[in-house]
Design a protein around this ligand. Structure first.
Ligand code: ADP
Ligand code: MG
Length: 409
């Protein structure tokens, strides 16, 4: 083990009194923008040696596998807080339980940390959402304890996925999202590293609610939610403001004197929905659906990352290259934005998703076409990557889509 990691693990154990008696740190499993995650063994839990049926408990938080008999060794378990404090009778030996310890960086704001823990608590019973076991704070340091979920690196399996495999993967992700969205919560950071998936068991759990928020909090009315008549008037007003500012009518304005619009843009580059890029002030759970669409596009095109922009303007250019200027203009209008471009690679009508996928899988020259399964996947993809959030499929609807049945037989 790296000496730096060793030192960090030592510091973590020192920071919390009694830590060593409860957890044995095994290794570092993740390092992100907001935290470091370690795998550890829960020693105390094992000492209780109770009759906890961990197989059954495990079923509660990971979506059931679609294929019967697909049970395999799981090193994870969830427990509710009652059983943690009340040791159950000594009946049978259990295997050690593993946990993921998420050490949240002290630079994160207390409200942000509280928000993450609170939302995890609200979502504790949602299928395919990794539940929070408990959390500790010592001065400014907060650690969250989650059941450890074995998973593979997305880059290792996404190229090998068959279309039914993709359907199973997305069913698990949409199961989590439909429960999260039913609670009126937006995840805001859907991407492969936040959906832990084990291709061997075909189970997945959604993690990382660090950027999640409740729908409708802090939002100001946006044109995209107005009725069409009202929308037109507000749109005219928006256009007038653009003209008054004397901006050049083509190209990307370098000296934009308009007051900048504020909207939550949290999330990961390349996975941001068009309405986030257009700074829609009333963002909904549909932003997560777009991000799932980007994951699906990545898998179908066998390219990761699919979008590789350095900033929001570049991200907009990438999306516009596929969808074309015409559709981008209408998408912008929904949020009172003008979409203007002189970039030659952005055509008026763009390309079909089918063509993009054939290109990126080197099949456009061979004259090959998509398989029937792939065509169904592309149809589903177009429902997820709908530019207008109000017309984009919801997680609930997605679960009922024909594509979701592919993995069933
Ligand atoms: P961050 O906010 O830093 O991105 P995450 O919650 O996404 O933190 O965790 C970072 C990484 O740690 C994940 O991508 C994953 O590899 C690993 N990880 C997080 N939670 C678990 C868990 N419950 N089981 C196994 N690994 C986990
Ligand atoms: Mg993360």
């Amino acid at each position: 083990v790296d000496t730096n990691i060793q030192r960090d693990m030592e510091n973590l154990q020192k920071a919390f009194p009694g830590f060593r008696n409860q957890y044995r740190l095994i290794k570092r499993i993740g390092e992100g923008t907001f935290s470091t995650v370690y795998k550890a063994e829960d020693l105390v839990y094992d000492r209780f040696d109770n009759s906890w049926d961990y197989e059954k408990e495990n079923e509660k938080w990971a979506a059931p596998p679609l294929k019967v008999g697909a049970t395999s060794a799981h090193s994870s378990i969830t427990l509710d807080n009652d059983s943690q404090t009340q040791p159950l009778p000594h009946t049978r030996r259990r295997r050690p339980k593993f946990v993921a310890i998420k050490k949240i960086y002290v630079t994160s704001s207390p409200t942000r940390i509280l928000n993450e823990l609170e939302l995890l608590h609200v979502l504790r019973d949602c299928p395919s959402v990794c539940p929070l076991i408990t959390a500790f704070r010592q001065t400014d340091q907060v650690v969250a304890i989650l059941p450890y979920f074995r998973h593979a690196d997305f880059r290792e399996y996404f190229r090998k996925m068959t279309v039914p495999d993709i359907s199973i993967y997305l069913r698990s992700l949409f199961t989590a999202l439909s429960a999260v969205h039913a609670h009126g919560i937006l995840h805001r950071d859907i991407k492969p590293t936040n959906f832990l998936y084990d291709p061997a068991t075909k189970r997945g759990v959604l993690v990382d609610f660090g950027l999640a928020e409740r729908e409708g909090i802090d939002s100001k009315p946006c044109l995209c939610h107005d009725d069409p008549v009202h929308r037109k008037t507000r749109l005219r007003a928006a256009h007038a403001i653009h003209h008054e500012s004397g901006l050049p009518t083509t190209g990307y304005p370098k000296q934009d004197t308009r007051p900048s619009r504020r909207a939550n843009r949290a999330g990961t580059r390349g996975f941001r929905a068009p309405e986030v890029l257009f700074k829609c002030t009333e963002q909904t759970t549909k932003i997560d659906i777009w991000s799932v669409g980007v994951i699906l596009l990545t898998i179908l095109s066998r390219r990761f990352p699919f979008f590789n922009s350095a900033d929001d303007v570049e991200a907009m250019i990438e999306i516009a290259t596929i969808f074309g200027a015409k559709r981008m203009r209408s998408a912008g209008q929904l949020h009172g934005c003008m979409f203007e471009t002189t970039i030659p690679t952005i055509g008026t009508t763009g390309f079909s998703l089918e063509r993009i996928i054939l290109w990126s899988t080197c099949r456009s020259d061979t004259g090959e076409s998509l398989s029937a399964d792939e065509r169904l996947a592309v149809e589903f993809l177009s429902r997820c990557m709908e530019l207008d959030p109000s017309r984009r499929i919801s997680a609930e609807e997605a679960l009922g889509h024909e594509f979701m049945r592919l993995g069933l037989d």
